[in-house]
Design a protein around this ligand. Structure first.
Ligand code: CA
Length: 477
């Protein structure tokens, strides 16, 4: 070939390369613009202690998989729930709103014939919101937001459900002896019902925590081609304390049998979280999947949970009741090893998902949470929240957190703590800070004016409710 021909071919090759590169660049921009919004896996532990995860310092119970969420993303050292027991806490986090706004201020009773015992239909769940953004949504595990057919997961925004409707459940399949909710004869009897897959009762053979993990990994696989939301609500380590030999033998050195079993249950859950994270890795979905891990309330001392230096436990408005293990991973947006010290609350996850949408999708109701991403990324300086509020209606107890200051009356009279100096809430400064106390109490009262009274009776009213509703568990005709 003549030299001129060679040059011509070379020029053509270079031109082709440039066109290709340019085209690729355009494609890249288009890909970014068209990229789907992030997936969400919201993992909820039940009654887990603040200090019972590795990322909050646990040595006794290794949680290497749960720790990955914190270490590869952000650890919230001041992460709160909106209520110190299961039901109201879940009603808050799934609506992104203080649950007192819609009267969900008690732990609901299991009452499958009562359409008012649970989450009001007028509320929009995170799943209903994400369905409007074309997400596939699955709920796994504990529901506890209403057992009446009008309140179950499939009519609250979820495409799929695998789990149980009650506030807790037994863990061994051989103990699931009740065919359905209408064979239940008492509140805690409901812990023995067979599991539900969507609307059908099924036979399941695995230890409950393992079954939930298996199903979660399967849903990641099933939903992989579409934005998805998995609400993975483990009931571990909520009572009853039950674990298989596989997990118990990891803690044979712990002599206290309750603590040993508790540790085994947490370890089972940690294995399950690992299965889900591994599945994300295998499908190359990890980068754009938000994984959140929380406990629905503080650890319960009675089951040997450890809240570290925090005062009190489940049910309390002291920090041990409301401050929980809280971590979030989103590799595409959040730098690994981030530690966020300002107060955040589980209500923020809904708002963060709204902020993460690539197109505007409006929420039905006003949210109380805040999009955390700009704060985590430092784009917004300061604290996400001016104040956070809690109320226990029946007990007439309350608390407010403003900055590092906490005003709390948890049955011991009003107390004022500076958590930056006194995380254990020992030294009340109420006498020295009367002016500040009046201001915070006033703010709390203003917040109360936006709440309504409870719309249903709760666990503490079980016998009263039974007397009023003799057909409580009766099979509908
Ligand atoms: Ca709980």
């Amino acid at each position: 070939m003549k030299p001129a021909g060679v040059v011509c071919i070379k020029i053509c090759i270079v031109l082709l390369f440039l066109i290709s590169a340019c085209h690729q660049g355009v494609m890249d921009i288009q890909t970014i613009e068209n990229e789907t919004a992030p997936n969400l896996i919201f993992i909820i532990a039940d009654d887990l202690g603040y200090a019972d995860v590795g990322f909050n310092g646990s040595i006794e119970i290794p949680t290497p998989n749960i720790d990955r969420i914190a270490h590869e993303g952000v650890k919230f050292t001041n992460g709160y729930v909106s209520y110190p027991v299961c039901g109201p806490s879940r009603a808050g986090l799934i609506t992104g709103r203080y649950q007192g706004r819609f009267g969900f201020s008690r732990n609901p009773l299991f009452a499958p014939n009562d359409p008012n015992m649970g989450l009001p239909i007028a509320e929009e769940t995170l799943a209903e919101y994400l369905q409007k953004a074309d997400y596939s949504c699955a709920a796994l595990g504990k529901w506890h937001l209403g057992a009446h057919p009008s309140q179950r997961p499939l009519v609250q925004g979820f495409d799929d459900f695998f789990g149980f409707l009650t506030g807790g459940h037994r863990y061994f399949p051989e103990e699931w002896t009740l065919a359905d909710e209408y064979e239940v004869t008492s509140q805690y009897d409901a812990y023995k019902t067979k599991l539900l897959r969507n609307n059908d009762r099924i036979e399941e053979t695995e230890y409950l925590t393992d079954a939930l993990s298996r199903e979660a990994a399967n849903y990641v696989e099933e939903y992989k081609n579409n934005p998805f939301f998995l609400y993975l609500a483990y009931n571990a380590p909520h009572a009853p304390l039950q674990a298989t030999e596989k997990y118990l033998q990891r803690f044979a050195h712990i002599k206290d049998l309750k603590r040993q079993t508790y540790a085994a249950m947490v370890s089972a859950m940690d294995d399950g979280v690992g299965r889900v994270l591994d599945k994300l890795d295998a499908l190359h979905l990890a980068q754009n999947t938000i994984v959140v891990f929380i406990s629905d309330n503080g650890g319960l001392h009675k089951i040997k949970a450890d809240n570290g230096p925090l005062r009190g436990d489940k049910g309390d408005l002291y920090e041990g009741g409301t401050r929980v293990p809280f971590a979030m991973r989103w590799p595409k947006q959040i730098a690994a090893k981030t530690v966020f010290v300002h107060p955040v609350i589980t209500l923020d996850i809904f708002a963060t998902m709204v902020g993460a949408q690539k197109r505007s999708v409006k929420t039905k109701n006003e949210l109380d949470g805040v999009d955390l991403l700009p704060f985590i990324q430092d784009a917004k300086e300061g604290r996400p929240h001016g104040e956070l509020y809690w109320r226990k209606f029946d007990q007439q107890r309350y608390s407010v957190r403003q900055g590092d200051i906490k005003l709390v009356d948890d049955g011991d009279g009003a107390q004022y703590f500076d958590l930056s100096q006194d995380v254990s809430e020992i030294n009340s400064l109420i006498q020295e800070r009367k002016k500040e106390t009046v201001k915070m109490k006033g703010d709390h009262e203003e917040w109360l004016s936006h709440l309504i009274d409870p719309i249903f009776q709760g666990l503490r009213h079980d016998s009263i409710y039974n007397a009023l509703h003799p057909d409580r568990f009766k099979r509908p005709q």
